[in-house]
Design a protein around this ligand. Structure first.
Ligand code: ATP
Ligand code: MG
Length: 291
């Protein structure tokens, strides 16, 4: 049996880093897996993926917390919540209020959310990237890791304080990437940030995978982009892709995840497929490491 796994990435190249011990694996089973959805490019499907991945996990009967870590608050409004006032959302979480006080119930019984409002923007330009503040989110989540199976974090379109706090707290990064011209633009920078975080503040962080969004693989450009990403990141691109689907764009204005807005839509089916693929991967990884 080999004693390593391909987890890290450096300048676009996948590195080999040691596997966790059995003790670490057992800990992983009893505590929440923390997944950050990030890409510093705007409008690539981070929020759509955060909401619908979290909702799909919850529909599949896992206990899930969605944390909106973007001052735009789109995951918050997309699930039908008002953006919170000071001290009632992610800003409060990062400045010392316990997560269990801040988590709100959603219409899915197994899904809760910590919302975000504009106050969070103040932190983006504060000292949160200082060594001492990098761990604020991680420390906050340590207190509730046994309450949930999965914690999903939506991040802003920047590699600033919010994203670095999320990378420091997370076990895994999922990168949504639209099947569009210049899709991979900025990916090297993202991967370099991931690598720097692995070295400095969170050696656990893995690149979980790249999720192709807004896919139109039947068009020449769409399939060319998908092939290019798969060629550059072998084994790291999810088989499931999310098609461009108008129902996915409509759902947030109704404050609902796509599964509750139009379950039969291609968008809803795609996010459920993706979530099942992701869960299968986790199960296989765990089985492989424990054997
Ligand atoms: P930001 O960087 O501003 O936070 P984002 O990366 O979170 O953006 P989204 O808000 O999820 O991206 O998506 C951008 C826009 O595209 C939104 O209006 C969303 O409804 C729409 N959209 C996302 N995914 C799809 C899809 N698969 N099909 C159609 N529209 C989509
Ligand atoms: Mg967003």
């Amino acid at each position: 049996m080999c004693n390593h796994d391909s987890l890290g990435v450096e300048q676009g190249k996948i590195l080999f880093v040691p596997r966790p011990s059995i003790e670490e694996k057992v800990l992983k089973i009893v505590t929440a897996r923390i997944v950050v959805i990030a890409n510093q490019k705007g409008g690539v499907g981070k929020t759509t993926t955060s909401i619908n991945f979290a909702a799909s996990l919850a529909i599949l009967e896992h206990m899930v917390l969605l944390i909106d870590l973007d001052p735009q608050g789109h995951s918050t409004t997309g699930l039908g919540f008002e953006k919170p006032n000071d001290q009632a959302g992610a800003y409060a979480l990062l400045t010392g209020t316990p997560a269990d006080v801040l988590a709100l119930n959603t219409e899915i019984p197994t899904l809760q959310i910590i919302p975000a409002g504009k106050d969070l923007a103040r932190l983006e330009f504060s000292d949160l990237t200082d060594e001492s503040q990098l761990y604020n989110l991680k420390n906050a989540l340590n207190l509730i890791k046994e309450t949930y199976d999965y914690i999903v974090i939506d991040s802003p379109p920047a590699l600033g304080a919010m994203t670095l706090n999320a990378f420091t707290a997370a076990d895994e990064l999922i990168v949504p990437m639209p099947c569009e011209f210049l899709a991979m633009d900025g990916l090297i920078e993202l991967v370099d940030t991931l690598n720097a975080v692995q070295k400095q503040s969170n050696s656990n962080l893995q690149l979980g995978g790249i999720l192709l969004t807004m896919a139109e693989e039947r068009t020449n450009l769409g399939s060319a982009v998908a092939n290019e990403v798969r060629k550059n990141f072998p084994g790291k691109v999810f088989k499931s892709t999310i098609p461009r689907n108008i129902r996915l764009a409509e759902a947030p204005s109704h404050g609902k995840p796509i599964a509750f807005y139009d379950l039969k839509s291609k968008g809803a089916q795609a996010y459920i497929q993706f979530t099942k693929e992701w869960l299968r991967r986790k199960k296989n990884e765990l089985a492989k490491d424990i054997l």
